[in-house]
Design a protein around this ligand. Structure first.
Ligand SMILES: [Zn+2]
Length: 164
């Protein structure tokens, strides 16, 4: 038997939004003109499990792509801040930017699934991170003080991870 949600013309759009958690069952119930529990029952019983899984996977992928785009933008801003700070001799600001940059790399790696797919790999011991550290230290060559501080901060990041 088909319920009121099944018969609604916007059924698939509503299902997608609920799966993506951009809409809750209360809001959906209001749109459809039924009770909250009818929507919940529909999601549980009428939407086949495989469809539900696919909708959720799509929603997750969409969200991570979105986040990566945002991350990209914030990385551009960060690079501008870092370069400006370096050229003006504001070592502390530059250093802070580099710390944030490392966090951004970690987040990007998580989002693209590199860390999830290989949980046994410690990011801080990965060749990419080693290379990144070298790039940072090299980039800071003209700024000995910042370079020293960056080297110390990078060491601390490593120590912290070993403590965990
Ligand atoms: Zn239904």
């Amino acid at each position: 038997m088909r319920c009121k949600v099944c018969l609604h013309p916007k059924r698939s759009e509503i299902e997608r939004q609920i799966a993506a958690r951009t809409m809750n069952t209360v809001e959906a119930a209001k749109i459809i003109g039924c009770s909250n529990s009818t929507v919940s029952r529909h999601m549980r019983q009428c939407v086949a499990p495989n469809v539900r899984d696919r909708l959720q996977a799509e929603a997750k992928e969409f969200q991570s792509v979105n986040l990566l785009g945002q991350l990209d933008k914030s990385h551009d801003v960060l690079l501008q801040i870092r370069d400006a700070a370096l050229s003006e001799g504001r070592d502390r600001v530059a250093l802070k930017a580099i710390e944030v940059e490392i966090k951004q790399f970690e987040l990007a790696a998580k989002l693209t699934g590199q860390l999830n797919e290989a949980p046994q790999v410690n990011f801080l011991l990965s060749p990419e991170y080693m290379q990144l550290k070298q790039v940072i230290i090299k980039a800071l060559e003209p700024y000995p003080k910042a370079r020293q501080q960056a080297a110390r901060a990078l060491r601390e990041v490593n120590d912290e991870s070993l403590d965990q």
